[in-house]
Ligand binder design. Sequence first.
Ligand code: AMP
Length: 277
Amino acid sequence: MLRLAVQKSGRLADQTLAFLRACGLSIQQSPHGLTATCPGFPLDLLFLRSKDIPEIVADGGADLGLCGEDVLVERGCEALEVIERLGFGRCRLSLAAPTEIDLDGARIATSYPRTLGRWLEARGTASTLVDLSGSVEIAPSLGIADAVCDLVATGSTLAQNGLTEFETVLRSEAVLFGRVLTDDKQDILDRLLLRVRSRLAAERTRYIVMNAPRTAVERIRTLLPGLKTPTISPLTDPDWVSIATVVGLDVFWETMHALKEAGAVGILVMPIEQLVL
Ligand code: AMP
């Protein structure tokens, strides 16, 4: 049995459960809501406060953890390694201030004193850190700091508080991390990773099916990297075929444009649940 620590409540909690379900795990929460089992797969979930997750994994209370990379970096445990970046909960740890300032000698309010401290040290900047556990963005208006270092996703909270972002200290997203496991547990982790990686690959791709005149097939094939080669099936009209393949989201609209120019019509686009490579 493998034990995975996840956020109990908060910004990542719902997305974490949705992601695990999309990995084909069914999740049955215990009546008190502190743990869950995954019937059909040897994984237990442990629901914790984000900030406790790295430490509990490092101490052996859980085998794996899932939280924002910002928390993992801030709590910094040597024995823990990022296993997979999960693509949700994206944000950045940024410096912001009401006006342009010189960081040297400035007072910076943050809930990330270790991460910011290391970043400043690497730059040889001597600032004073004001360690706050929340509502960091109001510190300049209270006169207790000249700048803040806080998590930003859209920037709207900073803007509401009259702060302008001027430097990114860290980019973060939800990560799966862990420590060295016994062979038995590593075997379960490998099976979990097949699901996780298949889901991540699926999220980055779409399945497309289109009709095209036979005369366009060679041109269209050159436009489709696909997994190997596209599936080409005959249609009742002998001059036309149906072509099916997968396309990466990173090149999706360029590919759609090129396919249309090459003569493809009626391009159906479908989400993929899992892409097992
Ligand atoms: P919570 O415990 O609810 O505050 O969740 C905070 C976690 O959500 C952080 O550790 C980040 O990894 C992630 N996150 C994503 N976007 C943001 C954001 N705009 N502000 C704060 N946390 C964010």
